[in-house]
Write a protein that binds this ligand. Structure first.
Ligand code: KG4
Ligand code: ZN
Length: 351
C-alpha cells in the first residue's frame, strides 16, 4: 500500500510518499521561514500564497523521487485541519483533485494525529502510549489509544510552549524561529541568574500555561535597561528555558501518575512537535519518564517538525481501517483530537 501525503497547515509546504511498511520513498519539505522572518512570526496570508505557489511543484518532486506515477497510489492524504485555514485549503484541494482524477481514495488527516502516529512508522510501537505534543501551535498531553482514539489529559490554557520560545527570542531580537536560537543562547548562559515563574508547577491536573512566563521575560528585559549585553541575553535565555522545561516536566509527571493507574499496559512516552528538537528538554524528560517506569521514544528531529511523511503515514493507518473521506470534506481551522475532553479553563484554549 502506497500513500501520498500533503501538509500545508502552517509554514511548511510538504509532500511525501510512504508505504504501509513505513518506508519513506520521498519526503520533500519547503520551509517558509525566510518569507515570515521579517515579521517575527507566521503571517497567514503570506503562508497561504506561498503554499499555492509551491504545492504542485512539491507534489511532482515527491512523486518523481519516489519513482511513481499517480496511478500507483492507493490513497491521497492531506492535512484537513487544524491550522491556518488558507493553507489547509491548498493541501486539501490538491489532494481532492488528485483523488478525483486517479480514483485513489481521499484521506483527510488531522494534523495532530499525524504527529501522534509518526512514532508507529519509525519505531513500530503499539497502542496505547503517552504523547507530549509540543510545537508552535500546540502543547498537549494525550493518551493515544488507537487511530482516531485519544484521551487528552492536559492542554495549554493560553500560549503554546513553542510560541513562548518564539516570543522570548523576538523580545531579545534573536531571530525567527525562536526555539533553536533560544536553545543556542541558553547553552552559554547562567540558568539561575533570573528568577522566573514555573507556570502551573505543583497545581492539580495536567494543563499548561506559558503566557505569564513570557510576560516575566519581558519584565526582566525591561529591568536591564538600554544596555542589554550578549551575556544578559544568554542568561535570560537559559533562565527561560529552565523555567519552561520545569513547567513541562511537572505537568508530564502528573499525567504519568494518572496513566500508571488508568492504563497499566502503557509503557512508552512519545515526544513530538518542533520543541521536541530541544536537547535540554529531551534529556530532562528522559530522566523523568524513567523515574515513572516508562520509556521515552523520540522520532528523528526531521519527523518531529511538520512534514508530509507523517500525514502520509496517518493516511495509511486510516486507509487500512477503511477510514476514507469524500470529496465534500471541509477544511477545519479547529479540530480537537479528543472532542470529549473538558475545555481548558480559560479562553485561550487551542484545538
Ligand atoms: O511542529 P513545528 O515545526 O510547527 C508547528 O508549530 O506545528 O514547531 C515549530 C516550533 C516553533 O515554535 C519553534 O520555535 C519550536 O518549534 N522549536 C524549538 C526548537 N526547535 C524548534 N523550541 C525549542 N528548542 C528548539 N531547539
Ligand atoms: Zn505540527
Amino acid at each position: 500500500m502506497i500513500v501520498l501525503g500533503l501538509e500545508s497547515s502552517c509554514d511548511e509546504t510538504a509532500a511525501a510518499v510512504v508505504t504501509a511498511e513505513g518506508e519513506i520513498l520521498s519526503n520533500v519539505v519547503l520551509s517558509q521561514v525566510e518569507e515570515h522572518a521579517p515579521f517575527g512570526g507566521v503571517v497567514p496570508e503570506i503562508a497561504a500564497r506561498a503554499h499555492v505557489t509551491q504545492m504542485d511543484r512539491l507534489v511532482a518532486q515527491a512523486m518523481k523521487q519516489a519513482g511513481l506515477e499517480f496511478s500507483d497510489l492507493d490513497g491521497v492524504a492531506a492535512t484537513a485541519g487544524p491550522g491556518l485555514i488558507g493553507g489547509v485549503l491548498v493541501g486539501l484541494m490538491t489532494a481532492k483533485s488528485i483523488s478525483a482524477v486517479t480514483g485513489a481514495p481521499l484521506i483527510g488527516v488531522n494534523h495532530l494525529e499525524g504527529h501522534a502516529l509518526t512514532v508507529r512508522m519509525t519505531d513500530k510501537i503499539a497502542f496505547p502510549y503517552v504523547l507530549l505534543l509540543v510545537s508552535g501551535g500546540h502543547s498537549q498531553i494525550l493518551v493515544v489509544e488507537g487511530v482516531g482514539k485519544f484521551r487528552r489529559l492536559g492542554t495549554t490554557i493560553d500560549d503554546a510552549v513553542g510560541e513562548a520560545f518564539d516570543k522570548t527570542a523576538k523580545l531579545m531580537g534573536l531571530g525567527f524561529p525562536g526555539g533553536p536560537a533560544v536553545e543556542k543562547y541558553a547553552a552559554k548562559g547562567d540558568e539561575n541568574r533570573f528568577s522566573l515563574p514555573r507556570p502551573m508547577k505543583g497545581k492539580p491536573g495536567c494543563d499548561f500555561s506559558f503566557s505569564g512566563l513570557k510576560t516575566a521575560v519581558r519584565q526582566c528585559l525591561e529591568s536591564l535597561g538600554d544596555h542589554v549585553t550578549e551575556q544578559d541575553k544568554c542568561d535570560l535565555a537559559a533562565s527561560f528555558q529552565k523555567a519552561a522545561i520545569e513547567s513541562l516536566l511537572s505537568r508530564t509527571g502528573q499525567a504519568l501518575k494518572i496513566v500508571r493507574s488508568d492504563h497499566p499496559d502503557c509503557q512508552n512516552v512519545v515526544i513530538a512537535g518542533g520543541v521536541a528538537a530541544n536537547m535540554a528538554l529531551r534529556k530532562n524528560l528522559d530522566a523523568l519518564v524513567q523515574e515513572h517506569g516508562f520509556k521515552l521514544v523520540v522520532p528523528p528531529p526531521a519527523l518531529c517538525t511538520d512534514n508530509g511523511a507523517m500525514i502520509a503515514w496517518a493516511g495509511i493507518e486510516r486507509l487500512q481501517l477503511g477510514l476514507t473521506d469524500t470529496l465534500d470534506m471541509s477544511a477545519k481551522a479547529r479540530w480537537p483530537l479528543d472532542p470529549d475532553a473538558e475545555p481548558a479553563p480559560f479562553a485561550g484554549y487551542k484545538a
